[in-house]
Design a protein around this ligand. Structure first.
Ligand SMILES: *[C@@H]1O[C@H](CO)[C@@H](O)[C@H](O)[C@H]1NC(C)=O
Ligand SMILES: *[C@@H]1O[C@H](CO)[C@@H](O)[C@H](O)[C@H]1NC(C)=O
Ligand SMILES: *[C@@H]1O[C@H](CO)[C@@H](O)[C@H](O)[C@H]1NC(C)=O
Length: 373
């Protein structure tokens, strides 16, 4: 489960950023060197030069499980619950876009695995230009992958599939499967990724699993992870415990008893962003073979950990429920404040750019007023 929306920056803040952006764009004319990309632009994409992975046989289309519909409680469920139940057993979907073969060659220290909706092009672009840029941090390699399904509307899907094909060619960072990218299919997306990883990228020391609307301080993450052994258990994020299924139909997170009888979820980390080690990823891959899919992806991973006898842990620098402003006068957008954090949920694309730029100013002096706006 993700964060409550009311924790987003309030309207005034958003207007202020708008004003700042206009000012900023205006200032660009005078000082073209104030270009917002702080470091060297990425090398020209090695378009077409990537060795393509071998083609896989296309799995047969998965049939809906009609006997599920005979359950007396089935018909009264909302559409997403019915769709989930009918296709709960489906785990093989054609891979429409694959990563280049070399994605994980050479030691990868931190693999950024970012769930993105097909049409979230701007978010992906901003992540590529900011915290998700493939680079070395203190000599350690970062790599990036976006996990995407397909748009449920066929016309939209044709259009967006072409976009994703283009992105895959240019950036080599798209894994796209042919299933409907919906909220209740996020677990499927997670499972398909872990299955893909089994043959293509088991060697990455650590992974950040997250959404495309987070701001991740990847440099801080590397520092934090350097103190850990990838061969040991690590699963940290915004820890959520002592909660259970929401049985109110209006809720986005509504999970009826036909899906689970349990009244308590195991401890889990909010799906906005969490870090895990190679050891723990292998444990998750074992667990997904055994467990039935559960519609809420982060809770599902909590179930996998429990099955493996492992526990998620809390990291105070991971704030998937947003960050309260430190005080009324100090904006929660103060880069000095973010300098200490690992990950914060709910950033608009331009906010990512502003924050990334501010954090990368060599003269970022903390202790005095250093708000971005
Ligand atoms: C289809 O649903 C029924 C009833 O829920 C279940 O017993 C059966 O295992 C399901 N079949 C598959 C292939 O998942
Ligand atoms: C998940 O994707 C499958 C394949 O596209 C689709 O049949 C199913 O309805 C989707 N489930 C949900 C809950 O959207
Ligand atoms: C992963 O590492 C192991 C041991 O270090 C090595 O034998 C294996 O070839 C590596 N696999 C890949 C895909 O790089």
């Amino acid at each position: 489960m993700k964060c409550p929306r009311q924790l987003r920056p309030h309207v005034g803040l958003v207007l202020a950023v708008g004003a700042f952006t206009s000012l900023f764009l205006f200032s660009l004319r005078k000082w073209p060197s104030a270009c917002v990309v702080p470091e060297k632009p990425p090398a020209t994409p090695k378009t077409l030069a990537w060795p393509a992975p071998p083609a896989r046989p296309r799995p047969a289309r998965c049939q809906a499980n009609a006997s599920v519909a005979t359950h007396p409680d089935f018909a009264g469920q909302p559409l997403q619950v019915r769709n989930f139940l009918l296709h709960r057993h489906c785990r093989e979907f054609p891979l429409l876009q694959d990563a280049p073969l070399g994605k994980c060659s050479g030691p990868v220290f931190l693999l950024l695995v970012i769930k993105s909706s097909p049409s979230n092009y701007e978010r992906r672009e901003l992540v590529r230009r900011t915290w998700g840029r493939e680079r070395r941090v203190r000599g350690l390699q970062l790599r990036r992958l976006f996990l995407v399904g397909t748009a449920p509307d066929p016309h939209q899907a044709r259009k967006v599939n072409r976009l994703l094909k283009m992105e895959a060619r240019t950036h080599g960072d798209i894994l796209q499967w042919d299933f409907h990218d919906s909220f209740f299919n996020l677990t499927l997306k997670q499972v398909l990724f872990l299955q893909w990883q089994e043959t293509r990228c088991t060697n990455a020391s650590f992974m950040l699993n997250g959404d495309d609307d987070v701001f991740a301080h990847t440099d801080n993450m590397v520092s934090y992870l350097q103190g850990h052994d990838p061969g040991h258990h690590l699963f940290v994020g915004h820890l959520i415990q002592n909660v259970g299924p929401i049985r109110a139909q209006w809720s986005k997170y509504y999970v009826p008893q036909v899906v689970t009888q349990e009244e308590q979820y195991p401890p889990y980390c909010g799906g906005g962003g969490f870090l895990l080690s190679r050891f723990t990823a292998a444990a998750l891959r074992r667990a997904i073979r055994v467990l039935d899919l559960f519609p809420i992806d982060d809770v599902f991973l909590g179930m996998c950990l429990k099955l493996e006898g492992l526990k998620p842990a809390s990291h105070s620098g991971i704030r998937t429920a947003g960050v309260p402003a430190p005080s009324q006068r100090l904006s929660s957008f103060d880069p000095c404040f973010y300098r200490e954090l690992l990950l914060v949920h709910r950033f608009l694309p331009y906010e990512m750019l502003l924050m990334w730029d501010a954090l990368n100013q060599p003269d970022l002096a903390c202790g005095k007023q250093t708000q971005v706006y």
